[in-house]
Every structure is written in structure tokens, then in C-alpha cells.
Design a protein around this ligand. Structure first.
Ligand code: GLN
Length: 197
């Protein structure tokens, strides 16, 4: 089982460490050829405009879009969530799209630029999940195919559509790898379903 982490900018090392704790092989993806070899991909947090520019500069856009279109497992945290959205409110920045959501960037407001909150996420078990928000985006609207996975202060902060998973918070900044485990399970399921096709 090999999971890639898009290694252009942002919280890359932390995702690598969380994935290693989940017992999978991790590949730092910088070249499009590497995408052929991974069973899932994480797009980390950072600055979505910068990540977008680097995706274009490294000529990764088409290959990444195709990877997402094919239904391969992709998980975007924070800026990664923005990259996977269909619409970003008030912005013309480059995004990959794929998920039927409209997002607002930096949407918790100035006083709340960074904060942590315990979320009850029944799909991960009874223990609350410590969610770390850093200049986090919010999901303002989502299409019928989107399953809301988490709310915080009446806002949508995690969701899934098919094999696309997003969270506006950063599980990689905690020791709790349940979110990563959930993504790895998605990737394992995808691999089983597509074995020897
Ligand atoms: N505010 C950043 C953006 O809009 C995202 C912040 C993050 O990834 N922690 O791209």
C-alpha cells in the first residue's frame, strides 16, 4: 500500500509521519510519473494560491485532474480542501476541482485565525477528535453527492464525495491518526475493488 503526499509546499512532513504511523509506504510526489504508482494522494495544507502556482509550474495539473476524475482516493486538508473544491468564493485562483463544494477561504474570521476544538465524529469512534484550525476554509455549500462528515460551530468542516475526502482542519498536527486511518481504509477499498481489472 503506497500513499503519496503532494510535496510542493505546506505541511508535508507531518502527513508523512501520520501515514507512516498507519503502516503504509509513503511517496513524496513531485513529478507526474509518480502518480501512476500511488494508491491514494494527500494534498496538504499550506497556501492554496502557492500550491496552485506550483502545480502549474511543475506541469502536474492535467495528471492530477485525471487522477481525481478516475475516482482514485484523494484527501485534501485545509489548502488541499480548497484545491479540490469546484468553486472558491471570490477568487480566480487555480484549483483542481473534483468535489461539488463551494468554499470560503480564511472564513473563521481574524479573531479565530487559529483555534482547536474537540469534535464528535462518530465515524471515527466515540473518542472526540482534536481538530486544529489554521486560517481555515469553510464549506459554504455542497451538492447532493457530498456527505458531510463533521461540523464545527454550525459550519461544515469535513466531507466526502466518492473517494474525495476533505477537512478544513489539520489531523496531521495531532498524534491522533484516526483520520489518516480512515483515508488509508478508503484507499485499500479502492485497491481491492480495482484489483486485476
Ligand atoms: N488560508 C490558506 C489558504 O487559503 C489555508 C490555510 C492552511 O492550509 N492552513 O490557502
Amino acid at each position: 500500500m503506497k500513499i503519496g503526499v503532494l510535496c510542493l509546499q505546506g505541511a508535508v512532513r507531518e502527513h508523512v509521519a501520520s501515514l507512516e504511523q498507519c503502516g503504509v509506504d509513503v511517496v513524496c510526489v513531485k513529478k507526474k510519473q509518480q502518480l501512476a504508482d500511488v494508491d491514494g494522494l494527500i494534498i496538504p495544507g499550506g497556501e492554496s494560491t502557492t500550491i496552485g502556482k506550483l502545480i502549474e509550474r511543475f506541469d502536474l495539473a492535467e495528471t492530477l485532474k485525471k487522477y481525481i476524475r478516475q475516482g482514485k482516493p484523494v484527501y485534501g486538508t485545509c489548502a488541499g480542501l480548497i484545491m479540490l473544491a469546484k468553486h472558491v468564493e471570490g477568487s480566480k485562483q487555480f484549483i483542481l476541482g473534483g468535489m461539488d463544494i463551494t468554499v470560503a477561504r480564511n472564513a473563521f474570521g481574524r479573531q479565530r485565525e487559529s483555534f482547536e476544538e474537540d469534535l464528535l465524529l462518530p465515524f471515527l469512534g466515540e473518542e472526540p477528535f482534536r481538530a486544529v484550525f489554521i486560517r481555515a476554509p469553510l464549506i459554504k455549500a455542497c451538492g447532493a453527492a457530498v456527505e458531510v462528515l463533521a461540523n464545527c460551530r454550525d459550519e461544515i468542516v469535513a466531507a466526502r464525495q466518492g473517494n474525495i475526502l476533505v477537512s478544513s482542519f489539520h489531523p496531521e498536527l495531532t498524534d491522533d491518526v484516526r483520520f489518516h486511518d480512515y483515508f488509508v481504509a478508503m484507499a485499500k477499498q479502492y485497491k481491492r475493488d480495482h484489483a486485476k481489472e
